[in-house]
Each structure stands twice: as C-alpha cells, then as structure tokens.
Write a protein that binds this ligand. Structure first.
Ligand code: 5GP
Length: 181
C-alpha cells in the first residue's frame, strides 16, 4: 500500500519523463510487481539514464575549448558516413544517429570558426547564424513537416550539449509537447 510520502515520489516532471524513458527503452517489468514498485523502478532507471547523459555532457564541455576536431568534422570531411538531407557551400544537414522524432536532422556550419556553442557567437557570426536558421526551414520543407517542427540548440552542460560544434536540431513528424525536458 503506497503511503502519502511514497506517493509524492510519483509526482512532478520526473515522473512524466520517467514514463517517456520507459517507452523509449522498452523496459519490461513483470506485471505481478505492484504498481508502486514498478513506478519506483522506472524512476530509478530514468534518473540513472539522465545522470549518464549529464555526466557525458560535463565531460564533453571539459574539452570544448581545446579546438580539437569533433565527430562533426569527420562528417563534413565525409570521413564517416552520414545521411545528408541538405548541403550548400556553408552548411550541412544530416540525420541524427540517435533520432528523437521521426524527423531529426542536425544542421551545422561547415566552418566552425569558434562556434563551438551558441554562447560563443560574436557579431561576425550573424550571417552564418541566419543561414543555419534558413537551412532549418529548407530541411523542414524537404521533410514535409512545415506545419509543425521544432528547432533546438543545446548550449553547454546544463542543456546536455554533447558535441562542441554548433548545431541546430530540427525535430518533427510527431506531436511535440511543452515544456521540453
Ligand atoms: P547535442 O547533444 O550536442 O545537442 O547533440 C549532438 C547530437 O549529435 C546528438 O543528438 C547525437 O545523437 C548526434 N550524433 C553524435 N554522434 C553522431 C554521429 O556520428 N553521426 C550522427 N549522424 N549524429 C551524431
């Protein structure tokens, strides 16, 4: 029997995100397990996944300003394969390897020019920033999601940025929720 204090564990945004995690990971628990224990297990699983994600993001941030090439440099150089959706002289758009929606495309500047993250933007970057945003519209059009799509930039460890080469995420093809996690 769940007590009032134990029930409080089930409230709040983490619970909602925990259920999302369960769907994503296809975690299976025996149906014989009481609902309360299943909820606690799901919550623990989610917290552990979130912690991993945050730890990786902190690790990535630690090397962000060394100027070291990232995985995206290899993708630009076609040294590793990617599914390119759109490309011009200045930007490259390719499908995310770990899609969070039916359409999940990353758009990056081909020349990083100090733009490891949005917070490093300077006046001289305004042209490329505009091009990236315009490319998001082109990608949405090509992918047939113009009636509803989301553009995301994760900036820094608290936003779980994991690759330090500025990129826009273009997400669509399903109903989006708000607030985001
Ligand atoms: P961030 O977490 O920095 O906002 O986003 C980085 C994104 O890059 C993640 O969504 C991740 O799935 C994607 N990603 C990481 N490595 C690769 C890769 O080798 N190929 C592709 N296509 N996407 C990648």
């Amino acid at each position: 029997m769940a007590t009032a204090s134990s029930l409080s564990l089930l409230r709040g945004p983490l619970t909602v995100r925990a259920l999302g995690f369960v769907r994503a990971s296809n975690t299976r628990l025996p149906h014989s397990l009481p609902l309360f224990h299943r909820a606690i297990h799901y919550r623990r699983s989610y917290v552990s996944a979130a912690t991993d994600e945050e730890a990786s993001a902190r690790l990535a941030a630690a090397t962000a300003d060394t100027g070291a090439p990232t995985i995206f440099d290899k993708i630009i150089a076609k040294g590793i394969p990617s599914t390119i959706v759109y490309e011009d002289d200045e930007v490259l758009a390719f499908r995310d390897i770990n899609p969070q929606a039916p359409v999940h495309v990353l758009i990056i500047p081909k020349l990083r020019d100090g733009l490891t993250q949005l917070s490093k933007a300077e006046e001289r970057h305004t042209e490329i920033l505009g091009r990236l945003l315009y490319a998001a519209k082109i990608v949405a059009e090509k992918e047939g999601i113009l009636d509803g799509f989301r553009v995301v930039i994760n900036n820094g460890p608290q936003a779980c940025q994991s690759v330090y080469h500025l990129h826009l995420h273009v997400l669509g093809g399903r109903q989006m929720k708000w607030p985001p996690g």
